[in-house]
Design a protein around this ligand. Structure first.
Ligand code: G3I
Length: 362
């Protein structure tokens, strides 16, 4: 009876192209995903692998049921935090470990979420067999090609956006020589990675992704010239993303919309892919009310930038709870970088994001 009534009430909405928000029990913009404009995906990293392995808790995504509930309820995009990285998904030269990433993709499908694949060409979190092996140039090229065809092919049709090339420039706008593929094969390998990913999944949107590109500067200039060059060569590049790992030490990125617009002007999608806002914690370990207000304003600055740019249609935070954040592991005196406390209670930043999304949806 109740189901029939719901169906009756939602049908006219669906005919008008509205999202069936009742399907997730969070109508009227009560969650981030329900509050968002229809053309904007709201995402979170899915905690697992990486720093979590050394923490005194079991794999969050697999074992924390309340965590999974919030992940399903609040977001309509998910990004495996570590589970699709080389060291995790390709631990031995002739062995792939798809199980944990498959579980995320299944979860996403069950909850009406898209997936952002992360990542295919990066200098970090590569397996020892790759870092320490001795390969000819031809072997290295074929290792990358077969990794991309295998991983992207495995998820063909199920990934909305792939971070194909991650953090390929250093702060001076030079190609990172820590990237074994770039160092050995030259920067032309970046174009090949995009071509191979496109052949393996022609529908996935293929991205350049980096941090430190929230303000104009040489790094952004390097990405802009690379993007122009790839597009001129008809390489299947579809997007440019700002990770947006921010610290309250350095100010809010008030020129981010302008940066994203430069890539939008090239006809590319843009995205925010890893937003968090860390702060110096007082001796008590608990942020002050003023710090939380400032943090909320940083989150809003980044969301406003995305909302201001037509082709910015994906906005992802790097985890939603401090319980699992990477920040205290890397920056011991900083923390509280996410939008929820350890028990998933919401911080001011959560409400600011939701209100901003609601206002934009109208
Ligand atoms: O590989 C070593 C291992 O040899 C050593 O025994 C162990 C001891 O702690 O550490 C291992 O490294 C860990 C690494 O993941 C590989 O699993 C690091 O401690 C751990 O801190 C690291 O964390 C991940 C980090 O990427 C690595 O760069 C985080 O979970 C993950 O959130 C983070 O995510 C990145 C994005 O992918 C790209 N953008 C920046 C973002 C934040 O760093």
């Amino acid at each position: 009876m109740r189901k029939a009534l719901v169906a009756f009430l939602t049908l006219p909405l669906l005919a008008l192209g509205a999202q069936p928000a009742v399907a997730h029990g969070h109508g009227h913009g009560k969650t981030l995903r329900a509050a968002a404009p229809r053309d904007l995906r709201i995402g979170s990293a899915v905690a697992g692998g990486g720093h979590h392995v050394d923490q005194p808790y079991p794999d969050p995504f697999t074992y924390d049921r309340p965590y999974r509930k919030v992940l399903a309820r609040e977001f309509n995009s998910v990004s495996p935090e570590n589970q699709m990285k080389w060291e995790f998904i390709h631990p031995e030269r002739n062995r792939y470990n798809f199980g944990p990433a498959d579980a995320i993709v299944r979860f996403a499908r069950a909850n009406g979420q898209v997936v952002r694949g992360h990542t295919l060409l990066w200098h970090s979190q590569n397996p020892a067999w790759l870092n320490e092996g001795t390969f000819t140039k031809a072997e290295l090229r074929s290792i990358l090609k077969s990794h991309i065809f295998t991983v992207v092919g495995h998820y063909r049709g199920q990934i909305q956006q792939w971070d194909v090339a991650n953090e390929i420039f250093n702060e001076n706008g030079e190609y990172r020589q820590e990237n074994i593929f770039i160092a050995e094969l030259g920067p032309g390998i970046v174009a090949d990675a995009f071509r191979w990913a496109h052949q393996a999944d022609p529908k996935a949107q293929l991205f350049l992704n980096d941090y430190g590109v929230e303000w104009p500067g040489v790094k952004v200039d390097a990405y802009e010239s690379l993007a122009k060059q790839l597009l001129a060569q008809r390489v299947p590049l579809h997007g440019f993303a700002s990770q947006a790992h921010l610290s309250m030490r350095y100010g809010a990125p008030d020129q981010l919309a302008g940066v994203l617009q430069r890539f939008d002007d090239l006809g590319l999608h843009t995205a925010i892919t890893e937003l968090d806002v860390r702060m110096d914690l007082p001796a008590s370990g608990v942020p002050t009310a003023e710090q939380l207000t400032t943090q909320a304003s940083y989150y809003k600055t980044v969301l406003d930038a995305c909302l201001a740019v037509d082709g910015c249609n994906s906005f992802t935070i790097w985890g939603f709870t401090d319980k699992y954040s990477w920040v205290p592991v890397f920056f011991p005196s900083e923390g509280a970088a996410t939008i929820m406390w350890d028990d998933f209670a919401k911080k001011p930043a959560y409400y600011t994001l939701r209100d901003t999304l609601r206002a934009a949806r109208r």
